[in-house]
Design a protein around this ligand. Sequence first.
Ligand code: ZN
Ligand code: ZN
Length: 341
Amino acid sequence: MDDLEFGKRDKRGDWAPAARIEVAPLFAAPLNALRLIKWLPHYFLPWNLLFAASAVVYWLAVVPPIATLRTLDARWPLWLLGVNCVATLAFYSAFELRLYRQRAQSQRFKYNGKFPADHPNGAFWFRSQNKEGIIRTFTSALPIWTAIEVGLLWAYANGVGHWVDFSDHPIWLFALALVAPIWHETHFFLIHRLIHWPPLYRRVHSVHHNSVNPSPWSSLSMHPVEHLLYFSSALAHLLIPSNPLLAIYQLHYSGFGAVVGHIGFDKIEVGDAAAFDSHAYAHYLHHKYFEVNYGDGLVPLDRLFGTWHDGTPEAEALMDARFEQRRARANTRAGERIPRP
Ligand SMILES: [Zn+2]
Ligand SMILES: [Zn+2]
């Protein structure tokens, strides 16, 4: 495909989409029904439906029977950890191998023209973005993800939380499934804002931001504290009437879904003439500029707080003006602190 039909490439080889990133019309006022209907397929495809399907597969084929979940021994948690590791390895590697190793579509639709593997960087363990990402994913992200999953399943099996069945409350649970991505984004925005607070940023979140040019294994390349905060969104399912299947969906949305914002390509080509949208640009801009797009635009919180960057030159100018204002304020404060002679 010709990516220049959809965007432009600058002198450095970085590609940007021509179209602005649209905020989901879900919370627009007044509600535009036609826009909403046109947008709905993007809400489900390809990611939400995929993670919902993986949750169903887990519930039917991976999660042990309730009687087993009631007792906390080592076997079933290790089984879940093993499956989570294999599934993550398979899913993340699919993008890594095709787009970054085989480079099957070269730089077409690639936001940053460079491939991280070609530029070893001392900011990372072993000077490798990939190696550090893989180590952090398997030694911290997956154990924490699985521990939360085990805790949730054990709690449900022992009557902690309010487990409701699909046969008794299908509408409530279906509505909850639709809201799960909205909850994910709201929770992510809040914890993300928190860890951009300078003391937490320095100690915790800076690990994730070392990937200025993110690739699939950057997705869960985080400090363990960030992993804990990130996967805690699923605990909400113990506080409201819900179902373990939806708690697993929420975890898959976080665990498998993390890769979505870090693919680094705007479209993933399928064959010669077709491609699907990654929806990765908003989070790519967060990695590039640090202080825009704390969320992905599903819930318009960035708009509300003035940090939304939709990829247009106007948004760039607004961002620059914000940075300039902040710099001026910081200079004033520094000037005030200089003791008078
Ligand atoms: Zn990220
Ligand atoms: Zn951040």
